[in-house]
Design a protein. Sequence first.
Length: 264
Amino acid sequence: MTQTPDTFVSFGEQGAQLTYGSYLRLPQLLDSQHLESDAHDELLFITIHQVYELWFKQLLHEVGAAREAMTSGKLWWAQHLLGRVAVIERILVQQVDVLETMTPQDFLQFRQRLAPASGFQSVQFRELEFASGAKDASYVERFRGLTDDEKRRLTARLEEPTLWDAFVDVLRANDLPADTDAEVSESMRTVAHDRSEYAAVWALSEALLTHDELAASWRARHIVMVERMIGTKSGTGGSSGSAYLRTRLPLRYFPVLWELRSDL
């Protein structure tokens, strides 16, 4: 019998449209952990990093939507999305604790099998940095292992507006000068000292700063974990390991918002 809108069952076993496993593509997902050794902890290492990449994908989804919301004047929605970004980023920091249940001895059982793979090669992580405002075209030039699709994605991120660009649009939409960093700084002082008039703008700037702060927290936590695991050894991708990571600590997505603290 042909189903009509009145008889169609979309929920429950009778619907038989999807199962939990088919909707989440669990067979494919759970077949994506392929070990290169018989070391017990390699599965943990792979799982943690695959989970990171899934969260990076979600963060890119939210950051892109937050940027569009700011540009279109939906500040409440942008703030909501950036709040979600912050919650996810706190999870990213906490996940390091799980990875640290692996001892250096356990990691060394399979570490050599990883070379030349390295976390430095995480394209989604670089996309997130680019989208947030820390664009670095030299990364695309330095990393020769990029696929054509990865190069396309990174190039697009380099060319498209960032979260900061969208926030500057918000200032202009509120009749606040924002053509230079100096003007943005002055406008933000105005916002900071009249939060009743610019409540939504101030709240949004604080949400951006939280995103920046949590990204910095993750970088710092990651460095300590790496040093605990391999000390000062070189990275599997050929980098200087923790020494390279420490050069990333001063990175700020929104330096003008940080400098504002000194001017209030």
